[in-house]
Each structure stands twice: as C-alpha cells, then as structure tokens.
Write a protein that binds this ligand. Sequence first.
Ligand SMILES: [Zn+2]
Length: 400
Amino acid sequence: MVNLGQWDDGTPEKVWAASDWRARLPALPIDDLRRLVVVAAHPDDETLGAGGLIARVAALGLPISVLVLSNGDQSVPDSSPYSAERLAAIRRIDVMNAVAALAPDATLRLLELPDGALSDHVRDASAAITAEVLPEQPGTWIVAPWRADGHPDHIAAGDAAADAAKAGNARLFEYPIWAWHWSSPTEDVWPDDALRALDLSHAERDAKARALGLHQGHGHELYEAPGDEPLVKPQFSAHFTRGFETFIEAGIEAVEVDSDSDSDADEEASTRQEPTRPGESLPAPFFDQLYRGESDPWGVETRWYEERKRALTLAALPRQRFRSALELGCSTGVLTVELAARCDELLAVDSAEQALEIARARLGGAAERQVRTQVSAGGVAHRHLRAHHSLRGGVLLLSD
Ligand SMILES: [Zn+2]
C-alpha cells in the first residue's frame, strides 16, 4: 500500500536493518560507467537516492550532470502565500550546496518544472535529460527515481529518464525513495533480481550525510515557522544513512515510451504553467523577498566554499591596486569590502534593494575614506557601464 502522507505509518529503518534482505542483494559494479547523469524529481532526491554514487563517481574524476526537474515549492502546502516562492529559493540554494558537497565539479541543471505536475512535462524533462547523454560515447548511466516509487513526480521523472535512456542508448538505474517508507523487507515489491547494492565507504557516507544536512535547511529560519517543518522527517531520513545505496536496472526494451496521445495536453500545460526556464532571469522582487527572509541566504559569510571563492577571486586580480572597479551582483557586499581596499573607485551593483542596504551598512566608512564607493541598484548598471570610462584599466567582476 503506497501511503506517502502518514509519517507514523512508515516502516522504521530498524525494521529494514534487522532483516536479512540486504544480504540477498547482488553488488552493483560500476566498471563500465564513464559519465553519470542523475535525475531528481525534487531538490534532495539526488542526495537521498544517489548521493553516495555521486561522491564515488566524483572521486573517480568522471563527468557528472545532475538535473533537478522541479523546484520543490509545493512541499509545504500549509505555508503563507509567500512561502512557496521562498521555499523554492531556499531549496535551490540547498541543492546547489548539496551537489557541490558531493561533487564540486558536477554540472547542476535546475529545470524549474512545476512541482506536483511533472507528469504534464515528461517530454520537456526527457529532452533535457537526453541533452546530457552523449550517444556516441558509450558508458553513460542515467540514475533516476524508481517508476514504482508511488510519488507521481517520481514516476514522471522515471518515465522521462527511461525515454532519454532509450534515445541516448544509456543504461538506466532507478533508485527507490518512498518505497523504504511504504514497503517492508517482507513485501515482494522489486522486479526479480533487479535490485543491486552499492556499498559506500566512510568518506562517501560522510559526504552524503553532509549533503543531506544541507538539504534540511540548517541555518534557514524558514524551517522553524509553524507548517514549515523540515520536509524530510528524521524517521524517513534514517533510511538514507545506510552504508549502501540500492539501484534497479531497467531493461531498456521493457520501457514504455510516452505515447503521442497526451502530447496536446503536455503542450497546453507547458504554456499554462510558464515555469522559469534555465537562462531566464528571476524578477528583482524575488531577490528582495529572499533577503527579507534572511540577511545571508547564500551563506557567503559562513561557508568555506564562499570564503575560498572570494580568496581565489582576489588572488586572481593581476595587480595590487586598480583605479576603478565595477562589481555586478554585489549582494550584501562581502567581497565589495575587500575590493574597496584595492581600488580608488568602486561601483557595486545589485538588483535587490534589501541586499544593497546590508552592503551599504557593511561598507560604512569605506566610502568616506580614501575610496569612493557607490552601491547601486541593477537598473542603473548599464548607464554606469557606459559612463564609467575610468573602467579602462580597471576591473570588472561578475558574481554568480
Ligand atoms: Zn522527491
């Protein structure tokens, strides 16, 4: 019986641990894997289902692409009207951090398809996954949510991955997520002999635990408001601290390819939902909302990754001092302060007024001392770029 909503009704991890089911699983050899494409229906599926595998493949130095189909903004339905947007923002940051913790060089693609309605967008998802597969290069593995996992978005993600595996001649492996909750060791829910186990090293388990922690909103007050409790409850996340991961290899011949019959409905849904496409800018109010929620949503003040990136950026500047600098996307001004120390003139630009307020406060006296510092909203950037003749021989920084 698939029951995804009742936390108390799930099978506890200790029941799985006490059973001998694990001993019956054959090992998963990854010798022929040359390129890994990981598909997640929601931000966190990639870590829950395949975080250990991602860490393994990263350590082998092989290319990894992670595609997250939805932004997960429907996971807290009881929240305030702004919470879905804010939740999406936070989950985007979480998945970026989590994937970076597992595989710093992995390519991450956030498709922003509508959470809860992926079944209307299987073809979009499949096209995006197919684009990550290089049919002329053998050895691509696609790993995706198991199509019998019970969650409609997971089924859709699995369908899209199966379609892409067929189109790109890739091997397809499916990872269960919710099945650990609704199934039990005594139920016969897996395809015969199809479930394989990948034993994880200590380092891989640690990396997965770190990534899982990043997904659970450490430091985000969002998860402390009533109705905003962490999506992944401790009794559920316990399934993903095991010393192994499990994958079901799909027979590609057996895969049902999405029929043409619902293509009109797909197209209709695509235009109706109008998700933000990769490469499209998010509106400025989105960022203001984000900074209103917390003063450091990207963790630039606290994360080693950010501190290191800042140090590398500053070290890469070829001269000790510059006459002028223009920093686009200055956010709350953490890098701006350090740049100010190396420039006579500095213009720092961001589209989020909330972030600029923090930046101005942070810069404080710098503007009044020897440095002429200005912090402006994004709309004026092009004017400054044109008028900023002194930028010649200066430095231009674009922040991600
Ligand atoms: Zn999911």
